[in-house]
Structure formats: structure tokens, C-alpha cells
Design a protein around this ligand. Structure first.
Ligand code: 13P
Length: 249
């Protein structure tokens, strides 16, 4: 099965009205690709970016969402709010959410469930820490993180879920996993899913994230189980991000 590549930019807590206007305009000039190009601004800029990207090939993602539907949850943002801004994907379980804001596997699974119920496609982020890699726990950790979601929403739901493998040690460090290291883990994740459903496993898009740059992305994208990239720092620079998109074909 041919899986469409996805190149997604996670802007994290960066940007201003002005810098985002420049960045989106830069991307709009050159983002034609066979890959789906996704950008994930912070909440306050979703409206601005939704307007700027209307009728374009750029797709919008949110960086997080509440598992709750509405009510007294100060500081949270619900799925129904995101639905007002042309959002298609929601990043769920990013390692920064897991490690800095205490999001557990179970909470991540609840958020995935809320997204699916509202018609969004969750980008489920998983990945091991350096200590876990050194203890040869990489595959076990990734399987545990995926299994928590399977247990909550079922394997068929993965037809609407994108997985992003982001080794924690590679995020923001400049130390990207090699294309072979990424392939090894992606293949293992797909094999795990195949044990539950061969057809779901064939179709699920698995992105790599962690210090992706234009210079490393071409080799990354030749790997059979790497279906794109989730890019942090390099997605804040229009030229660099466009070069990564170009590498995806
Ligand atoms: P960097 O590309 O800055 O390492 O960030 C990766 C990431 O966390 C994307 O979600």
C-alpha cells in the first residue's frame, strides 16, 4: 500500500502575529508537494493561520486539546473550540506534554478518544528517553504507549490516527536518530499493530520527529516505514521547512 507522506511543523510555544504572517506567506509560495503539509501553531494563532491558509494546501493542526468536552477547566481548550478553526489534526502525547505537564498514557488515550469523537485525526506522539534506549527498552516503551491507546479506542480507530515516533533524546538536541534507527522502530511499531490488524497496520502513517533538518530528511524519507516527519525547530524557518517538504517528494 502506498501511504501518503505527511510533513508536519510543530511550532511549539513560538511566534508572534507578525512572524507567523511571514512564515505562512513563505510557505504558501512554495509548498506544492505530493506530501500533506501540516502546521501546528499555538492556540492564540489558530484563527489567524486558519484564515491565511483557507483554500490552500496547508493543513492545520493544534498542539494539544482537553479530554473534557466543556466546563470549569481553566486554561484548557476543547475539541468543539478547535472545530471552529478548520483544524484537522491534533498532536497528542507530545513528550513535552508527557514530561513537563505529567500527561500519563491513560490521559493521552482519553485525549485521543475525545479527538476521534469530534472527527479530528490525532497525531499520537510516542518515544523513549535516552535512559530507556540505553536499557534497550525502546520498543517496549513505544509498544506500551501505543497499547494504552489501543486499549481505550480499539485497533480499528488507528485508521484515523497518525503515529509520530519522537525519541525524547533527539528532540531539540540536534542529535537526530539515524534513518536506520528510525526505520527499526517504525518497523517494530508497524509489526506490533500488524499483530492486531494487518490492514490497519499497512495503512497507518508513522512520522519521525526529533531534530529533523533538510539535510537529513532525504535519507529519512527513503525508509520504507517512515511516512513523513514531525518537525520542530526547523519548521520555524520557511526555507528550511520547504526544503524538507521538497525532500518528501
Ligand atoms: P525538533 O525538530 O526541534 O527536535 O522538535 C521535534 C519535535 O518535538 C516535534 O514535535
Amino acid at each position: 500500500m502506498i501511504r501518503q507522506k505527511i510533513v508536519a511543523g510543530n511550532w511549539k510555544m513560538n511566534g508572534s502575529k507578525e512572524s507567523i504572517l511571514n512564515l505562512v506567506n513563505g510557505l504558501l509560495e512554495g509548498s506544492k508537494s505530493s506530501a500533506e503539509v501540516v502546521i501546528a501553531p499555538s492556540f492564540p494563532y489558530l484563527s489567524q493561520v486558519a484564515d491565511l491558509t483557507a483554500n490552500s494546501q496547508l493543513t492545520l493542526a493544534a498542539q494539544n486539546v482537553s479530554e473534557q468536552a466543556k466546563g470549569a477547566y481553566t486554561g484548557e481548550v476543547s475539541c468543539s473550540m478547535l472545530a471552529d478553526f478548520n483544524v484537522k489534526y491534533v498532536l497528542i502525547g507530545h513528550s513535552e506534554r508527557r514530561s513537563l505537564y505529567g500527561e500519563s498514557d491513560q490521559l493521552v488515550a482519553e485525549k485521543v478518544k475525545a479527538c476521534l469523537a469530534s472527527g479530528f485525526k490525532p497525531m499520537l506522539c510516542i518515544g523513549e528517553t535516552l535512559a530507556e534506549r540505553e536499557a534497550e527498552q525502546t520498543i517496549a516503551v513505544c509498544e506500551r504507549q501505543v497499547a494504552a491507546v489501543v486499549d481505550t479506542v480499539g485497533i480499528e480507530a488507528f485508521k484515523d490516527i497518525v503515529i509520530a515516533y519522537e525519541p525524547v533524546w533527539a528532540i531539540g538536541t540536534g542529535l537526530s536518530a539515524s534513518a536506520q534507527q528510525a526505520q527499526e522502530v517504525h518497523q517494530a511499531i508497524r509489526a506490533y499493530l500488524a499483530g492486531l490488524s494487518a490492514s490497519v497496520s499497512e495503512g497507518v502513517q508513522i512520522l519521525y520527529g526529533g531534530s529533523v533538518k533538510a539535510s537529513t530528511s532525504a535519507e529519512l524519507f527513503t525508509m520504507p516505514d517512515v511516512d513523513g516527519a514531525l518537525v520542530g525547530g526547523a519548521s520555524l524557518d520557511a526555507k528550511e521547512f520547504l526544503d524538507i517538504i521538497k525532500a518528501a517528494g
